[in-house]
Design a protein around this ligand. Structure first.
Ligand code: DCP
Ligand code: MG
Length: 389
């Protein structure tokens, strides 16, 4: 059996969409006369605009601000003056004294957040919600080319909100998140694995989500500044300085590798079934009856998994004794499954690890660490098929 070539048709298509200057842009919808100006969101409600007798609005200016508040976000015109999120308002007043200051209005931001997500869901429903102004979208099932899909999604967001966003479309979440930021505002960036050396390696390592200020400082001390330098660093050097888990993660992400699936909000964390017995049962004395109930529960869990389209990586049991004490045990499978017999076998292993001298009143089986069955890669399925049952 030969492995599929890299970059074959099974490559996923994942988009990351991030709204442009989100809070500030929502404010501009309410105060269109501020368009094109340096505007900062932050501070307190005392800085609310005041309506003048002639019907015009009087806005607070950054230079008049006194206090310890910080910039929540700023328009791109304010950013051009050096004013960014998390900067102290008084410090930013020195850079942009004439900038308009508006207090945050979270109810409006939440409302627009819902609107843009609903608009995207109308086109592509496989969405992972990443917070108020960003989402991942799985576009793997579309035939349409990425540029035109991105344009269509951006248009739907604009029609629903009057706001622009930026989109990155790539084979995974890691790269998509980086790419949505490469052409902001109102941008589209599409790239594949082959573009990594040209487009990703020149970027500073901290552009990778998960490499924070501390890690990038430590990398800097090792002479590693760009993603490309990280990709070229010897694995054992990274493991020595960051530990095995983080070290190998750093190596993977530097090569643009990221297998994490899209997690839609409706995705269950686990699927479980349990049964309270008509009378308390004893593991040895009521062995047959218990075994039949146990198998029944496992088959129902398998059924639920199949119906919902998931496989489970962990199988656990819950057991409540006659005295109402409860215990749980679980085990991790080497291959995720939705097969009733394998679930029964794994749950049986768990049962061997709990004390069974007391009678029981309830038994439950739980399938956890779920992933969509479709994501079990084809090669794994092929290997499974070759195993004797
Ligand atoms: N936000 C915040 N505090 C921060 C950063 C951001 O409260 N330190 C809020 C305000 C932003 C929103 O979250 O509008 C989204 O954050 P982003 O990082 O996406 O920033 P923007 O959407 O404002 O700008 P960009 O165009 O760079 O995405
Ligand atoms: Mg944003």
């Amino acid at each position: 059996m030969t492995a599929p070539p890299p970059g074959n048709t099974s490559e996923r298509r994942i988009a990351h969409l991030d709204m442009d200057a989100f809070f500030a842009s929502v404010e501009l919808l309410h105060y269109p006369e501020l368009r094109g100006q340096a505007v900062v969101v932050g501070g307190r409600s005392v800085d609310q605009p005041v309506m003048e007798p002639d019907g015009s609005r009087r806005f607070a200016r950054l230079r008049d601000y006194v206090g310890r508040g910080v910039v929540t976000t700023s328009t791109y015109e304010a950013r051009a003056l050096g004013v960014f999120s998390a900067m102290g308002l008084m410090k930013s007043a020195r850079l942009a004294p004439d900038a308009i200051l508006l207090p945050a209005n979270f109810d409006a931001y939440r409302d627009y957040s819902r609107r843009f997500k609903t608009a995207v869901a109308g086109i592509a429903p496989l969405i992972e919600d990443r917070g108020i102004d960003e989402i991942f979208i799985d576009l793997s099932d579309f035939d349409e080319d990425s540029q035109s899909l991105a344009r269509r999604i951006k248009q739907a967001v604009f029609d629903a909100t009057g706001l622009t966003c930026s989109i990155g479309i790539t084979p995974n979440k890691l790269l998509a998140k980086i790419c949505s930021d490469l052409d902001k505002p109102d941008g589209i960036t599409v790239l594949g694995m082959a573009d990594i050396p040209d487009r990703i390696w020149p970027l500073p390592a901290r552009k990778i989500n998960g490499i924070g200020p501390k890690a990038s400082e430590r990398l800097g001390k090792l002479g590693i500044h760009s993603v490309g330098e990280l990709a070229a660093a010897p694995g054992e050097l990274l493991v020595r300085h960051f530990g095995r888990t983080m070290g190998s993660w750093l190596q993977q992400v530097a090569h643009g590798i990221d297998e994490r699936p899209i997690k839609t909000s409706r995705e269950p964390k686990s699927i479980s079934r349990e049964s309270t017995f008509q009378r308390d049962l004893h593991a040895k004395l009521d062995r047959d009856e218990l075994s039949e109930i146990f198998t029944g529960i496992c088959l129902r869990v398998a059924d639920d998994l199949a119906r919902k389209g998931y496989v489970a990586r962990t199988i656990g049991i819950k057991l409540r004794y006659a005295d109402f004490q409860a215990v749980t045990r679980d085990i991790t499978l080497s291959t995720p499954t939705a097969d009733g017999r394998l679930i029964r076998k794994a749950a049986g292993e768990c049962l061997k690890r709990v004390p069974l001298d007391q009678r029981m009143r309830l038994l439950g089986v739980r399938a956890g660490t779920l992933l969509p069955a479709a994501e079990l890669a084809a090669p794994t399925a092929a290997v499974q098929a070759e195993l004797p049952l």
